[in-house]
Design a protein. Structure first.
Length: 77
C-alpha cells in the first residue's frame, strides 16, 4: 500500500479529483478511477474517500448521462 493511500482523507481525495477533472477535462467518475489506478486503490474501497459534495457531483453527471433517473428535487447537504 502506498504512503499516499495510508494518509488519504475525504477532503484530500476530493481536491485531487477536482484537480484531475479540471486538468484532464474528464468526468468525475473517470477522475476517481484514474486516481484509483494511479495510487493503487481498489475502486470498491473508494466509498470511504468520497465526500458528500463529490458524491453529488458524480450523481449529477450520472443523471445527465441517463445512468440514474433524474430527480425534480435539489439535494440538500
Amino acid at each position: 500500500m502506498s504512503e499516499t493511500v495510508e494518509f488519504m482523507t475525504k477532503s484530500k481525495f476530493s481536491k485531487m479529483v477536482d484537480s484531475v477533472v479540471s486538468e484532464k477535462k474528464i468526468p468525475y467518475m473517470d477522475a476517481v478511477l484514474f486516481l484509483c489506478d494511479k495510487h493503487g486503490i481498489d475502486p470498491a474501497d473508494t466509498k470511504k474517500y468520497i465526500s458528500t459534495v463529490l458524491k453529488q457531483k458524480i450523481e449529477v453527471e450520472a443523471m445527465n448521462l441517463n445512468f440514474l433517473p433524474k430527480t425534480n428535487e435539489l439535494p440538500l447537504a
